[in-house]
Design a protein around this ligand. Structure first.
Ligand code: WT7
Length: 638
């Protein structure tokens, strides 16, 4: 299948962008018409950002899996849909053709139905990066259940919070997961999470690691047993549930500036169309492409550019279970060579970490299949960009620096590979349908070029966040209330002399650690749960590999019974328990007090400066309750 909406020239891009902003409904309707609908929509777009209320393709009926699977069976039945590379290079890889993936999804959809899952039910998926994760996601979509994938690094407590928020009664998990040298006992973590979640009815467990697990009678069932039942019942094809365009497809939890992660809700039709469109255009998809997105399906990047984008386009999606540096730092290059990867989409943190190993691991590897390189998740520094361009792309592959968010569903600002110009460390230009603006603190739109400000978007694109699960007001306050009639991204950006955007980072209390979003308030809540912690303040600081590191200032009660480092270990253990290892502070400084204003507000600006090492340039401290504390903190900087 080739796509008439694939943009091939700068002129086509200019025309598409113009048309899309003049009449978004019409623009997207023409693209939507090329998908498979059970019933065509009546109204392409109905919106206002005040409530917010955004509805795309109202009245339309479809199932996303018929677009990702069934419609490819005519001409791609035997083409690989998913190629899976295991964590351990010694283990055999797996290939699932479109036909095989379709059959597995149908089979597992029957399993879900047999276990009582119905349209609209929330299903939590907590699995490692194996093909069955994609099968589970798609089977939920096929039965019309709302999936909520939780990254395998989150703790039992984090899972419980998410299960409660979504009232998810069903869980799909594995006995364990392999990640590098680690073996993560997923089912054990789920068991801990479920102690306080008695509303969960069924847990379906896939066997991956053969780690011993405890199976609770009546609640826990094995994936493999359930598949055998479906086979015995003689069930094959699963008639996809007919969904309304605006029915929720999934919830994905993400961090914000408060202590509680929010459930971002995406809708069936708009999400499908936008992830497909951006996949086809940004990466300049060619039939037969092997697309290697190194993200985990637990994050939005994996949802959009491992599962739904590539599969809706009929591409071959490569899924990798492991990590870039195990058993050695040549893992990505070995995979590129082995499967003749055409598109490699990864994160700046991975590039920086691999850069640290030099070019040794690349030598002797045939990377000539690569046509396009991509990055996502955080600003990429010029040095990493150049290294990626030179050593991986051999100066022949365009790099797409794709800026977007969990809330945006798909890529909003990026060059189109080889079609629109790239610029190191710049996401460059908005996709068609995306109308970015920069505003100052007062919400005044900053016109012209060579300016910077807070990044907002002026009109809806099809995969914009619809609501935050169970709390629409939170969605309004978070994204649509700061600046009236604009979607506020939380990012700062600058626009250069040619109108190209460079994203400079978050302007709120959200950290970006190795491309993962972590709220400072969340980390503080976790730290404060430790019995000895009286008070804490968390800020980010520049980190060579992770982009940002987590710096925690802690007021600790009494003396440290043994040495300070043991106390630190205990505190880190608490964070691992409460959130997960990804939120562990890189540095913990014990302080006798925090810099506060007379009204008791913590002056984070000062703490940020100290963490960044800008000791001379702290700024005005005259409004502090106790300016002396700043000197103490400066002297104790780690
Ligand atoms: C935040 C969104 C979108 C998938 C991965 C992260 C930062 C993302 C870029 C980029 C500079 C970027 C932003 C954004 N970000 N991509 N190309 N250049 N910054 O999704 O967890 O929702 O985080 O990641 O700060 O707001 P997320």
């Amino acid at each position: 299948m080739s796509y008439s909406y694939q943009i091939k020239t700068q002129a086509e891009y200019d025309a598409a962008w113009k048309k899309s902003t003049e009449n978004p409904g019409q623009f997207w309707a023409e693209i939507a018409a090329q998908f498979y609908w059970r019933k065509k929509w009546d109204i392409a777009l109905d919106w206002n950002f005040a409530e917010p209320h955004v509805r795309w393709f109202l009245g339309g009926k479809l199932n996303i899996t018929e677009n990702c699977l069934d419609r490819h069976l005519a001409d791609k039945a035997n083409q690989p849909a998913i190629i899976w590379e295991p964590n351990n290079p010694e283990e055999a890889h797996r290939v699932l053709t479109y036909k095989q993936l379709h059959d597995k999804v149908c089979q597992f959809a029957h399993v879900l139905r047999n276990n009582g899952v119905k349209k609209g039910d929330r299903v939590c998926i907590y699995m490692g990066m194996i093909p069955e994760l994609a099968v589970a996601v798609l089977a939920c979509a096929r039965v019309g259940a709302i999936h909520s994938v939780i990254f395998g690094g989150f703790s039992a407590q984090s899972i419980a919070d998410r299960l409660i928020d979504a009232q998810a009664e069903f869980i799909i998990t594995c006995d364990g997961a392999y990640r590098g040298a680690k073996d993560i006992p997923l089912k054990g973590v789920i068991d801990d999470a479920l102690i306080g979640c008695r509303f969960v009815k069924k847990v379906i467990v896939f066997t991956r690691t053969r780690t011993p697990v405890s199976m609770i009678k009546g609640r826990d069932v094995w994936w493999e047993d359930e598949i055998r039942k479906v086979e015995t019942q003689g069930l094959h094809e699963f008639e996809a549930e007919e969904m309304n365009s605006e029915d929720p497809l999934f919830i994905l939890y993400t961090s914000g500036s408060t202590g509680k992660p929010k459930g971002v809700v995406h809708a069936c039709a708009g999400y499908m169309i936008y992830t497909n469109y951006t996949f086809v255009n940004v990466f300049q998809y060619k039939p037969g492409d092997v697309h290697f997105c190194t993200a985990d399906v637990g994050w939005i990047t994996g949802h959009s550019y491992i599962v739904y984008g590539p599969l809706s386009a009929g591409a071959t999606s490569l899924m990798f279970e492991g990590v870039p540096t195990w058993p050695d730092a040549g893992r990505f290059w070995e995979i590129v060579e082995k499967y003749k990867v055409n598109v490699l989409y990864t994160a700046p943190t991975a590039i920086r970490s691999l850069m640290g190993f030099g070019t040794g691991p690349i030598e002797g590897r045939d990377l000539s299949s690569l046509r396009v390189l991509g990055t996502v998740g955080e600003p990429i520094n010029e040095e990493a960009w150049q290294w990626y361009f030179k050593h991986i792309g051999k100066e022949k592959c365009p790099i797409v620096d794709t800026w977007w968010q969990t809330e945006t569903g798909g890529i909003l600002i990026s060059n189109l590979a080889g079609v629109t110009p790239a610029k190191a460390a710049f996401a460059t230009l908005p996709l068609p349908g995306v109308d970015p603006v920069l505003v100052d603190e007062n919400g005044k739109i900053i016109e012209g070029n060579n300016v910077s400000g807070n990044l907002c978007i002026r009109q809806p694109w099809p995969s914009i966040i619809r609501t935050t699960w169970g709390d629409h007001e939170r969605c309004r306050v978070n994204y649509f209330a700061t600046y009236p009639n604009l979607y506020f991204t939380g990012d700062g950006a600058l626009r250069d002399e040619n109108g190209m955007y460079r994203i400079t980072g978050r302007v709120d209390d959200v950290l970006n650690v190795s491309g993962h979003r972590i709220g400072t308030a969340e980390v503080e809540n976790a730290l404060n749960m430790h019995a000895g912690v009286v008070e804490s303040a968390v800020v980010g600081y520049p980190h060579d590999i992770k982009g940002q590191g987590i710096y925690a200032y802690i007021v600790y009660t009494g003396e440290h019974e043994t040495e300070e480092n043991l106390t630190r270990q205990d505190i880190l253990q608490t964070v691992t328990r409460v959130i997960g290892a990804i939120a562990k502070p890189d540095k913990i400084q014990f302080v006798s007090g925090l810099p506060k204003t007379r009204s008791g507000k913590i002056m984070r600006r000062i703490l940020r400066k100290i963490a960044e090492g800008e000791l001379e340039n702290i700024g005005d401290t005259s409004t502090l309750l106790d300016p002396a504390v700043v000197e103490e903190i400066k002297n104790g900087k780690l």
